[in-house]
Design a protein around this ligand. Structure first.
Ligand code: ADE
Length: 356
């Protein structure tokens, strides 16, 4: 039994809970209502399984987080932010969380299943690992809308990369993995010391959600953990290639970090590689901080329009105050010339280029 876990957060199954929890916790959904089909993916501390709900036969992606592993890896803050962001969100381009519950050992997030899997994989099957410019425009536009929604709700996503973009059966994108997301205070996530003051909502969750279980864990890590936890843990390229200069400098950052990553994403989708990749981590960081973005002309990559290059230059402005989106958010990006062909309100009803 885990003491102090209130019912209204993760519902505790009677069979796993102690009597006092059971009395106030008539549970609805639990792990026994699902049949595990196969492993979909593995993260730092959790695994995602394809599962089928027994009574409805509906498929879900079940994220299973081991409490012991989370405590060992000091990952509890990520769990809370992910749960908070998912609970607070309802948008066609963000993965939906249908249920969350826990047993004595694990925490479960029952998520919308995206049959197309990681966008990263779809990309790998394309020649040169890049897409046509009109295709890139479509996906980047969907990402812009997803980020706009998160920002409007006060969250900074901070972890955009092709591995965190899933493809739904309809071919539309769904952002996932919100454990690095942050509730911003006045739009700014301050990372320098003193440590960040969580927003009211965050404080409330810290205290109440996982109760003494989280309270007993070490205090939240300084924000340098973005570096530590942000690395892609498998053989893929590191997330460090997506880090904005102000995060590397550690001087505090705003929602503009997400617009920087949109620039990196657009570049990677168009050119098949990220713009500042160096031989090692330090070289990459130096490039991010000092090197201006270059647009190579090679036989293998199709020509890229000046409008696209212009947008990427504006998104990859080293100085965040000069970056597109810094002042007026997504609106500045949506009104850029490169997005002229995009009918923003109709995007979710359009047929995407890569339907799984
Ligand atoms: N991998 C991680 N999350 C997933 C999801 N929701 N659907 C499909 N594959 C996934």
């Amino acid at each position: 039994p885990v003491p102090g876990v209130p019912d209204y957060f993760f519902r505790m199954r009677p069979s796993y809970s102690n009597a006092s929890v059971r009395k106030i916790s008539p549970s609805v959904v639990g792990p026994e209502h699902f049949v595990k089909i196969r492993l979909l993916g593995k993260g730092d501390v959790g695994k995602v399984y394809l599962v089928r709900r027994k009574h409805s036969k509906v498929l879900y992606a079940m994220k299973v987080l081991s409490k012991a592993e989370m405590l060992q890896a000091r990952e509890t803050a990520g769990l809370l932010t992910e749960h908070e962001t998912l609970s607070a969100s309802n948008h066609p381009f963000l993965v939906t969380m249908y249920h969350s519950f826990q047993t004595a050992r694990n925490i479960y997030f029952c998520l919308e299943y995206c049959v197309g899997g990681e966008f990263f994989r779809a990309l790998q099957s394309r020649p040169g690992r890049c897409l046509r410019e009109d295709e890139v425009r479509f996906y980047v536009a969907e990402v812009v809308l997803a980020l706009e929604y998160l920002h409007m709700n006060g969250y900074i996503y901070r972890d955009l990369k092709p591995e965190n973009i899933l493809l739904h059966a309809t071919g539309h994108i769904k952002l996932t993995d919100f454990d690095l997301s942050k509730k911003a205070v006045d739009g700014v996530y301050q990372t320098s010391s003193p440590p960040p003051t969580p927003s009211l909502t965050t404080q409330h969750h810290r205290r109440s959600l996982l109760g003494s279980w989280v309270a007993a864990t070490p205090a939240e890590q300084p924000d340098t953990d973005t570096f530590v936890r942000g690395y892609r843990c498998s053989s893929f390229v590191g997330t460090e290639e997506y880090l904005a200069p102000e995060i590397i400098e550690g001087a505090g950052h705003t929602a503009a970090v997400d617009w920087w990553t949109v620039g990196v994403l657009a570049y990677e989708l168009l050119y098949g590689r990220t713009p500042f990749k160096g031989k090692n981590r330090n070289a990459t960081f130096t490039n991010i901080l000092q090197q201006e973005v270059e647009f190579p002309v090679t036989a293998t990559t199709p020509p890229v329009s000046n409008a696209a290059k212009g947008l990427m230059r504006r998104l990859l402005a080293k100085n965040e105050t000069k970056r597109l989106g810094f002042r007026h958010g997504a609106m500045e990006i949506k009104s850029h010339a490169w997005f002229k062909p995009i009918a923003w309100p109709l995007l979710r009803n359009m047929t995407p280029p890569l339907v799984p």
